[in-house]
Write a protein that binds this ligand. Structure first.
Ligand code: SAM
Ligand code: SF4
Ligand code: SF4
Length: 323
């Protein structure tokens, strides 16, 4: 069942939102709970890197940073056996805190998903770039796609707020509208992000300038699907800027470091996933980072953070998370 906010949580939430609007602060943090990974993606190098130590408890981090929402990420977060406890301790200590999790789905079962949900998750996202074996190949995990397609609808119909996170790239962009339609048929919404080669220097997945006309018509179709199906979940503004990103390899106005930051497994702060470690969380303070002119990625979370926050948007996000 979707989580219901208590009256006290709603009051605290209203206060936190008012404080964010009037005094600033962090809209969200991405918390890498591990850098270990069981996949072998050819567009992300995390699985090749030596993983840092992992904190046992992230409540002091959240207490210090005071974000409105936390996205648990990795590496592959489900490699942590204590993940339900990590979620439960965040939920118990911070009533009004939106908690989401992104996973490659390989270690997810219906039981595990429900356990994470009961621990206090608000949103569960599974990465899906294709609905066939090309997804297995991209991740180096045989049988992954069939596994995801088998369990995701079960979790969604059991009340888990579940979506697929799809990275749009040269190999899949033309199919994205069809993927969105097929997912809608399974009762699952799609959130789009865009590929960038910052991590691996692998430019082969970038959408080329000669494909921009096709990309524009895909975006037009996606906007229509958003209007009719409510999926993809990204804003119209986000979708409209995707061709600009692939044309210019940059989108201005990034607010990474200002209203959102990335936290490594051992509690170090980075501006975003792709920038270097800057400071330990205990020494972080507001205005630690200067505004950046980097525009090198167009991740979904980056796009969402730089959109103007209005009370209407906040209410819609809360409704969305709790529906
Ligand atoms: C770094 S992963 C961590 C969570 C988990 N391991 C997973 O793959 O879902 C978070 C998201 O980043 C996406 N990602 C990885 N490399 C990327 C790249 N080069 N460009 C854009 N998105 C990327 C993944 O597809 C995934 O949806
Ligand atoms: S995208 Fe996710 S699954 Fe793939 S290597 Fe990176 S962390 Fe692992
Ligand atoms: S555009 Fe922003 S989020 Fe993307 S790499 Fe640059 S600083 Fe990081």
């Amino acid at each position: 069942m979707p989580r219901r906010l208590t009256r006290t949580e709603m009051l605290i939430g209203g206060y936190k939102f008012f404080r964010y609007l009037t005094r600033g602060g962090l809209f969200f943090i991405n918390l890498e709970v591990t850098k270990r990974c069981n996949a072998h993606c050819n567009f992300c190098d995390y699985w090749k890197e030596k993983p840092p130590l992992e904190l046992k408890d992230y409540t002091p981090v959240v207490e210090k940073l005071k974000p409105l929402s936390v996205g648990l990420t990795g590496g592959e977060p489900l490699l942590r056996d204590d993940l339900p406890d990590l979620i439960a301790s965040l939920r118990q200590n911070f009533g009004f805190l939106h908690i989401s999790l992104i996973t490659n789905g390989s270690l997810l079962s219906k039981e595990k998903g429900l356990e994470l949900w009961s621990a206090g998750l608000d949103d569960l996202a599974i990465s899906v770039d294709y609905l066939d074996s090309r997804h297995d190949a991209g991740r180096g995990l045989n049988g992954l796609t069939n596994h995801i397609i088998a369990i995701a609808p079960e979790l969604a119909s059991a009340g888990v707020n579940l979506s697929f996170n799809l990275v749009m790239k040269s190999g899949n962009y033309k199919e994205v509208p069809q993927i969105v339609r097929e997912c809608a048929g399974m009762g699952i919404r799609v959130s789009i992000s865009t590929y960038n080669c910052w991590r691996t220097n692998n430019g082969s997945h970038m959408i080329g300038k000669d494909e921009l006309r096709d990309l524009e018509s895909v975006i037009k179709e996606l906007k229509e699907l958003k209007r009719t199906l409510g999926s993809p979940t990204n804003s119209y503004l986000y979708l409209e800027r995707i061709p600009d990103f692939f044309e210019n390899k940059s989108v201005p106005g990034c607010t990474a470091g200002l209203n959102w930051i990335q936290v490594t497994p051992d509690g170090m702060i980075k501006r975003c996933s792709d920038h270097p470690i800057a400071v330990h969380y205990s020494e972080w303070r507001r205005q630690y980072f200067e505004p950046t002119d980097c525009g090198y990625c167009w991740y979904g979370c980056r796009g969402s953070a730089q959109e103007k926050m209005t009370f209407k948007r906040f209410v819609n996000m809360a409704k969305d998370a709790l529906s």
